[in-house]
Design a protein around this ligand. Sequence first.
Ligand SMILES: [Zn+2]
Length: 296
Amino acid sequence: MRVGIDLGGHTITAARVSLDDSGRAVIERSAEIETPPGRGVSDVLGAVAGLVDGLSTGRETGVGLAVPGMLDALRRHAGVMPNFPKEWRRLDIPDALCRALADRGLSLPVRIENDANCYALGEGAAGEAVGLSSYVVFTMGTGIGSGVVVGGKLVTGAHGLAGEGGHVVVGSGAICGCGGIGHAETLAAADGTTKRALAEGLPGDFRDLWAMRGDPAADRVLDVTIDGMARAVATVCHLLDPEAIIIGGGMSRAPGIAPAIKEATMPYLGLPYRETLDLRVSSLGNDAALYGAAQI
Ligand SMILES: [Zn+2]
């Protein structure tokens, strides 16, 4: 039994996760708090330690923390952690959380992983990817996160930076939040979509905009979003030939978005791949990263 924690800019969620007889992950108990204002290291880690303390039965074997940032290969530091103060970048995060736990008398090993990678592990442990060994998860929200599992293992790359399917180049000229040019995220994420919608005098909220599908002006904006996602999906299909691609995150709950992405992906795919594309929608929603954090 382990504790998984999903560290978000607005909320921190933690859960005690065990495995049932079939090896599927099960949340036994969970708790959620608002992320402390300012998101400073000591406030946040103190809050995380408090959550773990509240959930602990004394039988846990470790803590996994899903971190919203780009991590180093050793999984100790976050080189980029947008939305959190710069002091996080110098921090040995597992070590610091260990010390915060020790302050509460808890002696538990801590591991960290990128939050989208945790999302992917969660889908494998309890969601749409149970039983699969090669799959890709895209989280569609403010940005486009992704996690890649090949041969049953999370792909982290030589420098810890693998699996960024939202940052594949799709040919747009826009500069991405990561600094690169033309990434899928600039077209397909909620932020980019909102910008284009507002420029057309349309609602900025993705759900409201999606509800307008069929309106020519809304379709012009949404077709760009879907097309950006389709290009990213096609690229990972060609590169990895996964058993399934799973979309999660807030945007994935828009009714009919998965079939729309699948249809838009088809022309980009080489003929053999058109037979095998299996695009699914996450069944775990917000809990996926929590399940996954408990698996790292
Ligand atoms: Zn990018």
